[in-house]
Design a protein around this ligand. Sequence first.
Ligand code: NAP
Length: 320
Amino acid sequence: MQSAQDDRPPRVALLSAVLDLGYLAPAFREACPGIELRLGAELGALEEIDAAVCWFPPPGLLARMPKLKLVQSLAAGIDHLLADPQLPRGRPLCRIVDPGMAAGMTAYVSWAVVQHHRGMRAYVAGSAAGRWQEQEVVSPRRHRVGIAGLGTLGLACAEALAAIGYPVRGWSRSAKQALPAGVAGFHGEAQLDQFLSGCDTLVCLLPLTPQTQGFLDAALFAKLPRGAHLINVGRGDHLVEADLLAAFASGRLAAATLDAFSQEPLPPDHPFWGDPRILVTPHIATRTDHGVIAQQTLANLALLQKGERPLNLVDLERGY
Ligand code: NAP
């Protein structure tokens, strides 16, 4: 791909304060052999950079790139970019939407629902101990699953769980038309309590915004059926961690499967480790394919250079 203005290959920076993004370089070079990649401390003249591919970029750095045409999140979420107080809000900011990512999330969430509902952890322990012992076999029809966030990922999970036979309900900001068979829709604050009252398992697949930060708190847990299971595959800051432990102590919640945490990696002395009611996974529910990140970034640059709307442009007012 060439830059429209001066017929040169694009200059793309890979920016993260928390990860070495060098692993993305082969995918970008394969998608565009002439590409000029700027990485780590080798960013060169900041005014030359056309696009920045980001995961928690160093705060203030994007604001020092005056000719930046595109800010590209390498993930589905953009909360890591909104954490930069100097984020240049006038520039197009896009997220990745990848069908492979939805498939990975669907597999994880389906596993998380089944492992709790069918008591699979007891079988893992029984298998290790040589113990033949049945858990109660409860039909999926008797375990209601609610998904908070009925977007790209939530909708894919809802459809798959309904296909296995779970009664599924979803909650979103706006009303949804034509939901898959077996999926009931709820939306907005006014329908939240009704939604929560029918969630034997609640899955959080919301984006992290000022409205959804701390969504999973004591007040919400009090509205779930007693003994519910929580799956958090959104962001760590959706959950008020102390309220989760209190909800276990009171019996309000029975179990949690958690993939995202306020502090990652989860510190070694964190109370979630070793708690038999909590299953911790290290933010692996799904991943974006490297090739898809490269292709969507380059396609977005090409669209912007033609004066067209890029793919998966984020509404910064809405925050997701
Ligand atoms: P998306 O397509 O933007 O969907 C977001 C959904 O949340 C939409 O249904 C939206 O409602 C709803 N929503 C947003 N704010 C709301 C509010 N205040 N009240 C009620 N509903 C609200 O996002 P996605 O691609 O499905 O991704 C969702 C999140 O998953 C990401 O932001 C990220 O945090 C997380 N994620 C985690 C992993 C992992 O490995 N753990 C991987 C990828 C993504 P409308 O439909 O009405 O707009």
